[in-house]
Write a protein that binds this ligand. Sequence first.
Ligand SMILES: [Zn+2]
Length: 91
Amino acid sequence: MLRTQWMFEVDVNRRFLVDGKRSWKWVKKPVNEVKEGEETRCHWCKNPVRIHRGKKVRWHAEHLETADSETCCGGVVGKTGTKMPSPPRGA
Ligand SMILES: [Zn+2]
């Protein structure tokens, strides 16, 4: 598993009170603020992610589908803070 595919921020589906009504909103949160059982997704490609809460590794998120990791720039953004285009294939 490549570390570049790790993401440290994900979208979390949180409940908000707007004008006295409950509504759900996707908000970007650090992985360590995600609570057990909350619905999460990739902030960049909106695909499902898995949260890793390891004792020995830094908490992080990874795409459920490897194919999503290959096309999503989320891991790279999370690591370097800059958006980098995917390298061309077969060039
Ligand atoms: Zn993604």
